[in-house]
Ligand binder design. Structure first.
Ligand SMILES: Cc1cc2nc3c(=O)[nH]c(=O)nc-3n(C[C@H](O)[C@H](O)[C@H](O)COP(=O)(O)OP(=O)(O)OC[C@H]3O[C@@H](n4cnc5c(N)ncnc54)[C@H](O)[C@@H]3O)c2cc1C
Length: 439
């Protein structure tokens, strides 16, 4: 114990763990950071430094008309270490923030390791540490720790594989083509239905069969094989398999024709606000560009905005809604928090964001201050809310405007609306900072 404040143990020196460590030490709270590299490497990690980017070196868009840009603005407002090191190691990438990954990792490693309030241990953690702790061990958390987390939270709380269908925003759908109905008119009209003619179905089928698949890492091959069936695999069983399976039109009458269409793609509401919908049965391993090209052929989705593409990959994450509360704290144990991809967010900057939020929440809990409510009007708050909101099939989420509370007034044009949402988010964040004295 230093400064009369207890030491926080952080497990994992990835993006979330390093950001969490920074947010704690800049508030005077000592940190013990434990990282298994270089003693042991996950199947995707290769270098000994902290905050290793395991794949792309892009941290996505910077403009405020993009949700990734808004997330960066919010992180900057709260003095994020990951963001400032990224800006100092940037390489040219148009409107995106891309980095020299080695320089980026070196800067973060030096800052964290060199901080007087940080002690560092290199070892594999196989049990949940005692005392205030943030676990940020990422999508490839070492198996022994997974077992310990499953034992503490219940086995059903931990997922090891992500097989998700794409999600689109409601306001990007062409509602002159899409109709709301439930099959045979049973229950409430919960689904949006995209009707296809035979010609449209055949053109879509041919495009799907010719589309390119994303590469699999060796360690993912067995999992994908055992995971749930991708739409392209189902389609490869025969031209009519989808029309008799997830795209079956029976019991769905298109009010514009008074008939059952040849095939129907159903969209299911994704969030309570009704701003996002997922494509039912469309778990897929198509490359992201291919998903945009092929799924935009579905009537009504011609200009759809994809806020999350379908994925099938190894991804360890908690079923947040059953075990997490505000600011990524374990329900009933505010001194234990989860952060990063493991907590149910998706992406480099989102993992950073959850590390920041979890650490600020924990810092408040340790210093006897009320924990901030970032609200659903900021991306930081909306991501934290996502991981605690019960949904039938909880999936990790990246930053997008669909998870924010909608504006209470109408704004014409998508770009204008997004800029307004960003403006409102930054205003809200500044109010939260003042209210909870977060600087
Ligand atoms: C193959 C792959 C490719 C990806 N590509 C992208 C991409 O291009 N863009 C994107 O935005 N996101 C990508 N992601 C998601 C990406 O992992 C996360 O966005 C981000 O790295 C997660 O940050 P994190 O801090 O949660 O975990 P990580 O950055 O993975 O950090 C976790 C750290 O914990 C350590 N650790 C694990 N278990 C233990 C243990 N038991 N004891 C001690 N230390 C432990 C690990 O060694 C690691 O350093 C990819 C993920 C994978 C697996």
């Amino acid at each position: 114990m230093q400064n009369n404040l207890p030491t926080v143990t952080i497990v994992g020196a990835g993006l979330a763990g390093c950001e969490a460590a920074w947010q704690l030490v800049r508030r005077g709270i000592p940190v013990r950071l434990i990282e298994m590299k270089p003693v042991k490497y996950s199947p995707a990690h290769k270098s000994p430094g902290f905050a290793e980017l395991v794949c792309s070196n892009s941290l996505k868009a910077e403009q405020l008309s993009n949700a990734s840009g808004l997330l960066k603005a919010e992180l900057r407002t709260l003095d994020s270490l990951i963001l400032s090191c990224a800006e100092e190691s940037r390489v040219p990438a148009g409107g995106a923030l891309a980095v020299d990954r080695h320089l980026f990792s070196d800067k973060i490693t030096e800052t964290i390791k060199g901080h007087p309030l940080v002690t560092f241990e290199s070892r594999v953690v196989d049990a949940i540490p005692e005392g205030p702790t943030i676990i940020a061990t990422g999508p490839l958390t070492d198996p022994a720790l997974c077992d310990a987390i499953a034992a503490r939270t219940g086995v059903k709380a931990l997922n090891f594989f992500d097989a998700a269908a794409p999600i689109v925003t409601a306001d990007s759908l062409d509602m002159t083509k899409v109709f709301r109905a439930s099959r045979y008119g049973k229950g409430t009209d919960d689904y949006l239905n995209c009707p296809m003619t035979e010609e449209e179905y055949n053109a879509f089928y041919d495009a799907l069969m010719g589309a390119e698949l994303a590469e699999l890492h060796d360690f993912e091959k067995k999992l994908v094989f055992e995971g749930c069936l991708a739409v392209e695999i189902l389609a490869s069983r025969g031209r009519q398999t989808l029309a008799f399976g997830p795209l079956k039109p029976v019991g769905l009458i298109d009010p514009r024709t008074g008939k059952e269409p040849y095939a129907v793609v159903q969209l299911r509401q994704e969030n309570a606000q009704g701003t996002m919908y997922n494509l039912v049965g469309f778990q897929t391993r198509l490359k992201w560009g291919e998903q945009k090209r092929v799924f935009s052929m579905i009537p009504g989705l011609e200009n759809a905005e994809f806020v999350r593409y379908g994925v099938m990959h190894r991804n360890t994450y908690l079923n947040g809604p059953s075990i997490l509360g505000a600011n990524y704290a374990m329900k009933g144990d505010p001194l234990l928090r989860f952060a990063g991809q493991l907590s149910g967010v998706e992406g480099y900057m989102e993992s950073t964001a959850s590390g920041l939020t979890a650490a600020i929440g924990l810092a408040c809990a340790l210093t006897g201050k009320p924990e901030p409510d970032f609200t659903g009007r900021t991306i930081l708050g909306a991501l934290a809310r996502h991981v605690t909101t019960p949904t039938p099939n909880f999936q990790p989420m990246n930053a997008n405007f669909g998870i924010l509370d909608p504006l209470p007034y109408k704004v014409r044009g998508k770009r204008n609306r997004y800029e307004k949402l960003s403006e409102c988010a930054i205003e809200t964040l500044n109010e939260v900072i003042v209210t909870y004295e977060l600087r």
